[in-house]
Design a protein around this ligand. Structure first.
Ligand code: G1P
Length: 289
């Protein structure tokens, strides 16, 4: 029996340099897609998978992220007085239950692996999900829920994966496949950002993971990998000899909101899903062909 998955770690310490000057005084995770900040998409997705405890790995200038999940009494009151029921419901849905958020600081940017290691006290002995908020998912079944279901089925570690053209594998963690069972792929190795000619496959990890707590022990060694950073991928690879490790070909779409074009595409795609906006977006889009 797999231990219940109730915890998630969300690394949010990145500087967001690709979106300067917008991110000079604003955390990149607070950039909205339509009317919801990226961080809330990730948190909502995690909640839909049964996650109850959240750890944000933050840094300087990121306090707005935590405040976003507070109860905003004055705003609620004002909306109530004005009978703005829809807005009130949206506002209330953004608050997390008391005591469900922890924050830890990653003072120095030393890589994703280091960020996760910073959450070690929060993780303790429990399995945990990791969500990278830059990766915005559009899925009928929320992506983290798909991973959680796979975790309860297989036990051990499960990462969401997708195929990319070979010339782009050097941006991702890449799977060395033991057995390809279609939806699930058992993994015999992982390589972080390999050059195309050294990549074991073109099946790459996206920013959604379910990881066993033993990964923290390997992260503690602070071994530097690709780009001179402590890589989560390298520490996860060390779990493979002793624990189940699977890739899950998730169903849905991913938008890379760490990239300007990806972020803009996400705006359009999410707006087109909104009944209050779809018609006007469809109407104006052709003007820009
Ligand atoms: C990180 C991980 C990488 C993964 C990617 C998904 O890379 O290190 O293995 O494939 O996220 O978005 P980053 O985008 O932080 O360079």
């Amino acid at each position: 029996m797999s231990k219940p998955l109730r915890k998630a770690v969300l690394p949010v310490a990145g500087l967001g340099t690709r979106f300067l000057p917008a991110t000079k005084a604003l955390a990149k995770e607070m950039l909205p897609v339509v009317d919801k900040p990226l961080i809330q998409y990730a948190v909502d997705e995690a909640r839909a998978a049964g996650i109850e405890q959240f750890c944000f790995v933050t840094g300087r200038g990121k306090t707005a992220i935590v405040e976003h999940f507070d109860v905003a009494y004055e705003l609620e009151r004002t909306l109530q007085d004005r009978n703005k029921d829809d807005l009130l419901a949206a506002l209330r849905a953004s608050a997390l239950p008391p005591g469900s958020i922890a924050t830890v600081r990653q003072q120095v940017p030393m890589g994703l692996g280091h960020a996760i290691w910073c959450a070690r006290s929060f993780v303790g002995d429990d399995p945990f999900a990791i969500l990278l908020p830059d990766d915005l998912m559009m899925c009928d079944t929320p992506c983290t829920k798909q991973l959680a279901d796979a975790y309860y089925e297989t036990g051990g570690n499960v990462v969401a994966v997708e195929e990319v053209p070979m010339e782009r594998v050097n941006r991702y963690g890449v799977l060395d496949i033991a057995e390809d069972k279609g939806r699930l792929v058992s993994v015999k190795g992982l390589v972080e950002k390999p050059p195309a000619d050294k990549a074991p496959s073109n099946l790459t990890i996206i920013g959604r993971y379910v990881v066993m707590p033993e990964v923290i022990g390997f992260l503690s060694k602070m071994e530097k990998g690709a780009g001179g950073e402590v890589q989560l991928t390298d520490a996860m690879a060390k779990l493979i000899p002793t624990q189940p490790f699977h890739g899950l070909r998730y169903e849905g779409r991913r938008f890379d909101c760490g990239d300007k074009a990806g972020y803009l595409e996400a705006q359009i795609a999410f707006a087109l899903k909104r009944p209050d906006l779809a018609d006007s977006v469809r109407e104006f889009l052709p003007r820009y062909r």
